[in-house]
Write a protein that binds this ligand. Structure first.
Ligand code: SAM
Ligand code: SF4
Ligand code: SF4
Length: 337
């Protein structure tokens, strides 16, 4: 039986997002702009990445302290070699109700079956537009929509259901293509989630004017495909859910900027070099890799994570101001989305 721990605002620890690499084969302009993440950018050397054994050991300690959901992310998680081996190690942990991956889908067609066989439950695929020209310019490496769609099909065939499709919405860039994407995935077993563009990190040149409020997205889609709001599955669910009035499935919107949900935030994030972050907008993390490599016992590491969680008071999105926006923050590709 897991121990329940709560932070200084009474929020339990339920969710662990594990970044398995800081590298990516895309250069999405809102996440890893080419001008910053160019040829000279220093990614972590392999010796600084947590090994699968180290990740699985930490994950077990988190699960013993209340975590029920584990998401692998990055960077692009499918770039990490033999990721299915890690998935199998995590799938064996008793108490994990939900084991998922967030991926850009570029390698999913090749990997979906092996991931499913290793015990992965579901997958979230990021796809910002079905308009090939818009998508290629957003991923900024000229990657075609078609190959991501092949990845989604492979995931559905492999039984990684429901597939969630993440769409980051940027004003004037892809907001004219949202109804298309909603229409395309209606009734397919995929749930599209429209995400407000966030001021994560310091390199993407974020401006409030580029954010399309989730309420506007709902209005836009509902005008063509009528929507009805539905209840959240559980407290702490980040997406507000809507179903199609005619029964064609559901969509979600993630309004992290206009309707922040910090009061229910139960997520911890572990970067690929073993730093624990208690908020997506943290300036710094807690170094668990050193604890592991110094040979600390399970009890010592677990005590450390409990102490960190108990004093947690993060609520960046609720208190976002022009001033807090200037504070140092880690990059999304490092901390894991
Ligand atoms: N590479 C994988 C992918 O793209 O799915 C996993 C890592 S990515 C950092 C995780 C999620 O964060 C993706 O759905 C991505 O679209 C989202 N994301 C990245 N930067 C963002 C931003 N500035 N605002 C909102 N979402 C963002
Ligand atoms: Fe890579 Fe994902 Fe960031 Fe795009 S959002 S650059 S795919 S890590
Ligand atoms: Fe959680 Fe931080 Fe995001 Fe608030 S801003 S929802 S505390 S990760």
């Amino acid at each position: 039986m897991a121990t329940e721990i709560t932070d200084s605002l009474g929020r339990p620890l339920r969710d662990l997002r594990i970044s398995v690499t800081d590298r990516c084969n895309f250069r999405c302009t809102y996440c890893m702009p080419k001008e910053v993440f160019g040829k000279d950018f220093h990614f972590l050397p392999p010796s600084e990445l947590l090994t699968f054994e180290e990740i699985a050991r930490l994950a077990r300690l988190f699960v013993e302290n209340g975590v029920e959901k584990i998401r692998l992310t990055g960077g692009e998680p499918l770039l990490r070699r033999e990721l299915e081996t890690l998935v199998a190690m995590l799938a064996r942990l008793p108490g994990v109700r939900d084991l998922t991956i967030t991926t850009n889908g570029s390698l999913l067609a090749k990997k979906a079956r092996a991931l499913r066989a290793a015990g992965l439950h579901r997958v979230t695929v990021s796809l910002d537009s079905l308009d090939d020209r818009v998508f290629r310019s957003m991923n900024d490496v000229d990657f075609p929509v078609e190959r991501v769609l092949e990845g989604i099909d492979a995931a559905l065939e492999a039984g990684l259901r429901p597939v969630k499709v993440n769409v980051v919405v940027k004003r004037g860039i892809n907001d004219h293509t949202l109804v298309d994407i909603a229409r395309r995935f209606r009734g397919t077993g995929c749930i599209v989630r429209f995400i407000e563009y966030m001021d994560v990190g310091t390199t993407n040149g974020w401006r409030l004017a580029d954010v399309v409020p989730a309420a506007e997205v709902v209005r836009m889609i509902s005008a063509e495909l009528p929507l009805v709001p539905i209840e959240r599955h559980y407290p702490g669910e980040v997406a507000s859910r809507y179903r199609y009035a005619d029964g064609g499935g559901e969509i979600g919107v993630i309004a992290s900027v206009t309707q922040p949900f910090c009061r229910d935030c139960s997520r911890a994030r572990l970067s690929s070099d073993g730093m624990l972050y208690t908020c997506l907008f943290s300036a710094g993390g807690h170094d668990f890799r050193t604890l592991l490599r110094l040979g600390k016992s399970d009890a010592e590491i677990a005590r450390c994570l409990r102490d960190i969680w108990r004093i947690r008071s993060d609520r960046y999105s609720e208190i976002r101001t022009a001033e807090t926006r200037k504070l140092p923050k880690v990059e999304m590709s490092h901390i894991g989305g």
